[in-house]
Every structure is written in structure tokens, then in C-alpha cells.
Ligand binder design. Sequence first.
Ligand SMILES: [Mg+2]
Length: 450
Amino acid sequence: MANQVTLRGVPESLSAKFVGTFAYLTVRDRLPTILTKVIDTIHRNKNKFFEEHGEEGVQAEKRAISFLSKLRNELQTDKPVLALTDDGVDTDMWNQYLQRQQSLMDENESPSWFKSPWLYMECYMYRRIQESIRLNPPICDFDVFRAAKTQSYFESQQAIIAICTYLQGLNKNMNDFSEEQLMGQFLKLLQVSLWGNKCDLSISAGQENSQKSSPVEALEDLKSFILVDDSHLVWSALTGGKTPGGSGKPQGRVDIVLDNAGFELVTDLVFADFLVSSGLARQVHFHGKSMPWFVSDTTREDFSWTIRQTMAANHKWMSKSGAQWQRYVKDGTWCYHDHPFWTLPHEFCDMAADAPDLYAALQEADLVLFKGDLNYRKLTSDRDWAHTETFERALRGFQPAPLCSLRTLKANVQVGLRPDQGESLTAREPGWMTSGAYAVIQFSSHHREQ
Ligand SMILES: [Mg+2]
């Protein structure tokens, strides 16, 4: 599909209706695999449900599994999207979105798995998983992905030790750094946070995907895989050209819209620690998910579990880091938010209209970092943009504050490349957009008129 332009001058959404595309393969193969794993996970917890809730727990387990088996069948036979029936705070928003999608279709057609936008359908699957749990008390608080997330944290132990040790070394010498050295460390930890995004359990359909090697040492070798590197603009946005930490202007607020728990979250916390301890930021606001999402995404429970776990580690620099993070949370230097908009299927250009409170909150930030692929897809509306389209235009007016996407590529949308850059990558390496091997640090500070 070669950049089909709709009437509104915006390319079509990526969709499984384009047979053979990555979207199609995801809906056909990867999503049913994830559903099967969720069913297995619930089944494996049968004894736990019995111990906690008795026979009622076992009945709930059975009902959830039958709900999910039906869902998998709906997906595989391309059935119409059904309205949600639970009493979530977001249920109405989802059902209104279904109406909106219906109004975009021909009269005799309905939104469905292989016809509707991929972004919508993939988000919808995770929301339906949540529905299967919510509708079935007493197991309605069960996080079907928790075990996978904690396993990914433990499997990255060596890398977590390495990065915490590195952080504590920096913090000890922070006052002796020249501005240039400070910038050098900033760029390093920004890249560590970027590559932390490789560890994603949704793209590997729940297969183990953790960080084994030392994250700082690998950076030099990875540099050539960063297709767009605006990190110097991110530095300028934070410092305004002035030395941080000095007597000058009061330092600002950085918001991090999180992606995955496990190793990636640790790299984000390390980066946030550095921002605060260097004086580059006064406050860091984290934004996570209000329900289990895309297998490994961070929830409030994952966020506090990770800090507690790091604090309790039997390693001096890890536990010191964790204790510091706990203090940052306690004294309000760090804040965690989980607005329901992050688990809606909406493109971010809808945020100002559909979640004005969240948009206003982001406007308070001096810089917003968006981690990962799903955020990138929502930033760019998950559409079939030409690779040379500007990031600003793909944002379609979404610019609550200066913002930067830190993303390893796992879906076939990528804008802001140089002429021929995409073509030569395709010729050399057809899977470059979905392998997770490449990354971008893509910045936008203002909305340019189209
Ligand atoms: Mg994720």
C-alpha cells in the first residue's frame, strides 16, 4: 500500500486488511498466540485462585477462560467488534470509539479484526482481556502478565546491577563534572533508556526478552542503529543553553510516558535519577498504564514493585539506588500517574479533545519523553506515512510541550528520515522497521503549520 491519501490529507491507518503487511501478520499470528498464553496463565493459576477464593475462584477461572477462548475465535474468524460490557471508567469511551469507527465504514460493514485499524484492534484485544478478568470476581484484580514482567526483571539482574553501579558512580562525582562531561553522561543515559526499550514482551509474544550484557558498554556499537538522533535538541530543551544546577533559572519538569516494566523501567528510573541529581530537572512525572497492557507495559503495581525490589536487592549499589528512588517518590520529586487515556485506542492528536485534563497536565512539563513503539504509533496516528514526512506533520497538532520519542522500531511506521534512507534500509534489510534492531531519538518542539 503506497501511501494512500484519504480525503483529509492524512494517509490511511495501518490495518490487517492489507494482506501480507506486518499489521496483517500481527493480527493473524501474534495476537492469537498472546491470547493462548493468557489462557494458559489463568489456567496455571487455578490452584492459587482456589486457595484464595475457594470454589468461587475456580468458577471465575473457568468463566474467564471460556470468555477468552470465545474472544480468540472472534479474532480468528474476523467477527465484528463488540461493545464492552464491564463497568470500567473507560467503558463508555471505548464504546463511543466503536461508534466513531462504525461511522467511518460503509453502511453494510462493521468494524472487525481484519478490517479496522490495527492500532484500534490491538488495543481492543488487551482491553477485552481486561474485561474477561473484570467481569469475573473474585479474580478481578489478577494481572495476567505479572509473572512475565517479574521474570523479565530477574533475568536482567546483571544488567541492572551494572547500570545501578554506573549511576552511583556518577552521583558521587556529579559536582566535579564540567558542562561538557555532564552532557556526555546525559547522552549516555538517554541512550541506555532508549535501548532498554528493546526488552519488550509483546513483540516476542511473551517469550523471554531481557537484557544480559552491560548496557553502558554496548552504546558505542549501537550508535549506527539510531536512524534519527535529535538528542542534542533534547539537551538544549532541558538546559535552555544554560549550565544546569547553577544559580540560574529554576530547573523544570520532565514527564516520562513509560513503556515496559522489567529492565526498560529500570533504565527509565536511572535516567530520571540522573536528571534530578544533576539538577537538569526539578521534578519527574511518570505516566503508566491503569491496567495490564501489551504484555509488559508498566502499571502502578509494577512501578512500586520495581522500586521495592531494587531497594531490597542484595547488592550495595542496587539497593542504594532503590532507596533513593523510594525517597524521590515519598518527597514528591517523582510522581506516578495512570490516566485512563493511555489505555484507550485513540491517536494522540485526539488527546486535547478527548482527554483535555491529561493534555493540560502534559502542558505543565518542560519536556515529555515518550518511550517505545506503541507511543510512537499513537504519536504518528499509526498511519502509512512516507518515511520522509516530517515528525511535526505526523503529530497532527499534538504538541503539549517539547517532546521526544525514544523508540526501537517494532512496527512499520517511521517518519522524519532523510530522502532514500528508508529505501536503502529496505534494500539492505527488509525487516528493519519491525526487528527492534533500529531506534530513533526524535524531537519536536513546536507545531509547524502544514
Ligand atoms: Mg510495551
